[in-house]
Structure formats: structure tokens, C-alpha cells
Design a protein around this ligand. Structure first.
Ligand SMILES: [Fe+2]
Ligand SMILES: [Fe+2]
Length: 141
């Protein structure tokens, strides 16, 4: 049976107040919801694969943006935050490999559910942890 999936609703508690970060997060949520639409519509695997590729590339772009921002600001847990991103990317890589070996709604549904759960949890906990630090940090020289 396919993994049951639901859309992510953007909620005010997901706002960091940092415009570029919030835009990235909104775009990521939009891409995950688009993947949800495609899975529900039983779209062709090639189209689903293209959306997943875009999503993975955009997530990596976002992670680099955050990691550079945290290093510039001297965030004390910049390395830990980067390690969390890297752990996600590693797990995602393994799941993508699983999708290639066994392409179909079940493996892709599991990937979608993991993407969604990790992203929401990461924004609400680990990303929010750096928000107050950055707000109080002096502007870069
Ligand atoms: Fe983030
Ligand atoms: Fe992050």
C-alpha cells in the first residue's frame, strides 16, 4: 500500500523573518506539495523524477545559503547545522538510489513523506534555533 501523504500548510511559526531564507523555505514547501499533486494524479515517473531532481538541487542550494550565512555570522553551532543538512542529503541519496532500483509509487511516496517530515521538523526546530542569534548578530563588516 502506498504511503499516505498530505500537503504541507505554511504556518506563521515557520517564518524565520529572514527574507531569503523564508523564500527558500516557501519554494521548498511548494515543490514538495507539487510532488504530492503529481503522486496523487499518478503522473508519469519521468515528470516526477524531474521534480525530485529540482527539489534536491534547490535543497542543496538552500543548505549552502544557510551554512554560509551561519559561518559569516559566527553562529556557534554552524558545524552542527551543516552536519544536519549533510545527514539529510546522505539519507536522501540512499532513498533516491532505492527509487531507481524499485521505481514506483511506494518508493517515491516514502521519499516524499521523508522529505516533507524532515523539512518541516528542521525548519521548526534547528532553523529556528539560529534565528534569534542572527537577529542579534552585528551586521557583517
Ligand atoms: Fe532552512
Ligand atoms: Fe537548515
Amino acid at each position: 500500500m502506498a504511503t499516505e501523504i498530505m500537503k504541507v500548510d505554511w504556518v506563521p511559526t515557520m517564518e524565520t523573518g529572514i527574507a531569503a531564507v523564508d523564500q527558500d523555505h516557501r519554494d521548498l514547501v511548494g515543490m514538495i506539495n507539487r510532488l504530492d499533486d503529481m503522486l496523487e494524479a499518478r503522473a508519469e515517473l519521468a515528470g516526477i523524477g524531474a521534480v525530485i531532481d529540482d527539489l534536491v538541487a534547490f535543497a542543496e542550494h538552500h543548505f549552502r545559503r544557510e551554512e554560509e550565512m551561519l559561518l559569516r555570522a559566527g553562529y556557534p553551532d554552524a558545524a552542527g547545522h551543516g552536519a544536519s543538512h549533510a545527514g539529510f542529503s546522505h539519507r536522501l541519496g540512499a532513498m533516491l538510489a532505492g527509487c531507481m532500483i524499485d521505481p514506483g509509487p511506494e518508493s517515491i511516496g516514502r521519499l516524499h513523506a521523508h522529505l516533507q517530515a524532515w523539512l518541516v521538523e528542521h525548519i521548526l526546530t534547528e532553523d529556528m534555533r539560529y534565528v534569534s542569534f542572527l537577529r542579534d548578530a552585528p551586521p557583517p563588516p
